[in-house]
Design a binder for this molecule. Structure first.
Ligand code: TRP
Ligand code: ZN
Length: 486
């Protein structure tokens, strides 16, 4: 009803530049600029004029992306059943198992540029209206708080095959030569290929049943629990043992090859490479095992049943921490970027920011994982890396690490500029308390979504003293102190 302009390609180019700037192991001198428009979300959540009396807002009111998610709804499970045709377009049914946490007269689901054919509620056909970016489902009778129901949406995602230069998203992306597809969602493009409650505060369990075109395979997050017999066509089922936020959903279709083996520490590794690129990304693949061992020793157990990398045959400088299998473009498939995405499996994937403005809880810590690994690997110390980033932060300005805008969501002060805050906290607390804090944070909050206040409160608790003044000076300030704490 109120279609909104969006210019995702620009945002993805920005994100891509940032990932290379942030993770490429360079000197950081060509850090990101933060000027690209991302989306033109409006700063309100609206209830449509057609909405029945008593309807709740159609979005959660996230400070940066207010439309995403919806109050009164808590998704427990996504069952994603898609058929993918020769053109790599997807169609099928997603069934959301949802708990009503308030009385509901309608159910607004995030969905954009999708052709919805039918919706059922507990198996019965139900009225719906496409009011982009919402699919509003209107049951005959209100749904009482406490009820759990199955909402099944049958739809077609007709992905636009953009000109080559624009092949950066959003959502479900098809390679130039049409030979494979992948998904890129963060922060808000899962809704472009999957009707969902597309906000990171609402994690759920997932099952994917994907039927790829003959002669190809389908890969999704987690581990395969059913697949066609060798050489045959059919449906691939992938499942996760832990909850996942929508923005981390991965579907790969095409001539992928799965490389499976245990890591040095016995963690199940499932890498996915394009069949004609097997052998091309050995640097990334070989560095992952020692990084897994190292990060496990620092942060605590790896949070999921498996880990792997996937590489798309593109030169667009992007990498993203999709849960259990990080995705890289070929030019970003390096050990330095690899450890950033691996660190995200703990910071971001297992323990997820509850709002997009809490993104530093993912990016600043994943960047700090890069710094820790660089030092472990014989490179500069975390302190040296922090001094450099602090100096650059001083030159660049920008918003406080805990208060990004849509334009600076993946900006310097969230990446290196935020890792400076982490190093400062480490010095403020001392090593022992700092690493206890990290391990406690990750263990206590695994599988959940968390806020910045949750983190600062735990930090004060572990330190045994009030750290509010520290966080005011470092985390929430535009201008940081001139020097790191001694
Ligand atoms: N989370 C990614 C990283 O830092 C960056 C990112 C955000 C991204 N949005 C993206 C990458 C979209 C690719 C596409 O590792
Ligand atoms: Zn990151």
């Amino acid at each position: 009803m109120r279609p909104r302009g969006w210019r995702r390609p620009a945002a993805l180019v920005l994100a891509a530049a940032l990932v290379l700037g942030a993770c490429g192991g360079d000197d950081g001198a060509d850090g990101p600029t933060t000027t690209a428009p991302a989306t033109t979300e409006e700063a309100t959540t609206t209830t449509d004029e057609d909405a029945p009396p008593g309807a709740l807002p159609t979005g959660l009111g996230d400070p940066l992306y207010p439309d995403l998610g919806a109050p009164g709804l808590d998704v427990q499970h996504y069952d994603v059943a898609l058929e993918v045709d020769e053109e790599l377009a997807a169609s099928g049914t997603v069934t959301l198992t949802v708990e009503a946490t308030e009385d509901l007269v309608q159910v607004p689901v995030d969905a954009r540029s999708l052709a919805v054919e039918a919706v059922t509620l507990d198996g019965e056909e139900v009225d719906f209206a496409l009011e982009e970016p919402e699919l509003v489902v209107r049951p005959d009778a209100p749904i009482a708080a406490g009820t759990t129901f199955d909402l099944a949406v049958t739809y077609v995602d007709d992905p636009v095959i953009a000109p080559e230069a624009d092949r950066l998203g959003p959502g479900w992306i098809i390679a130039e030569d049409g030979s494979y597809s992948y998904t890129l969602n963060e922060p808000e493009a899962t809704r472009d290929w999957l009707p969902s409650l597309d906000h990171p505060s609402d994690k759920a369990t997932w099952r994917f049943a994907i039927t790829p075109p003959p002669g190809t395979i389908a890969v999704a997050n987690g581990v395969p629990t059913a697949q066609p017999a060798d050489g045959e066509d059919g449906t691939w089922v992938w499942e996760l043992d832990q909850p996942m936020a929508t923005y981390l959903a991965q579907v790969l279709v095409g001539d992928w090859e799965l490389l499976e083996r245990p890591s040095d520490d016995g963690i199940r590794r499932i890498d996915a490479l394009l069949a004609d690129e097997v052998g091309d990304h050995d640097g990334l693949i070989a560095s992952t095992d020692p990084q897994l061992s190292y990060l496990t020793s620092v942060l605590g157990p790896y949070p999921f049943a498996a880990y792997g990398v996937a590489v798309v045959d593109q030169q667009i400088g992007l990498a993203i921490e999709q849960q259990t299998r990080s995705l890289f473009s070929a030019d970003a498939a390096s050990p330095g970027v690899g450890v950033h995405e691996l660190g995200h499996q703990w910071f971001g994937d297992s323990v997820t920011p509850a709002a997009w403005s809490d993104i530093w809880l993912a990016e600043s810590f994943a960047t700090y994982c890069e710094w820790l690994w660089a030092e472990e690997d014989g490179g500069p110390t975390t302190g040296e890396q922090a001094e450099e980033a602090l100096a650059q932060r001083d030159e660049d300005g920008g918003p406080p690490t805990d208060d990004p805008t849509v334009d600076t969501l993946f900006g310097f002060n969230v990446y290196e500029g935020g890792a400076v805050v982490v190093e400062a906290l480490r010095r403020e607390m001392g090593d022992e308390a700092f690493f206890t804090l990290l391990r406690t944070w990750l263990a206590d909050n695994a599988g959940t979504s968390v806020t910045t206040e949750d983190f600062t409160a735990l930090a004060s608790e572990v330190a045994g003293r009030d750290l509010d003044a520290f966080f005011a000076a470092w985390l929430s300030a535009e201008d940081l102190p001139d020097a790191l704490p001694a």
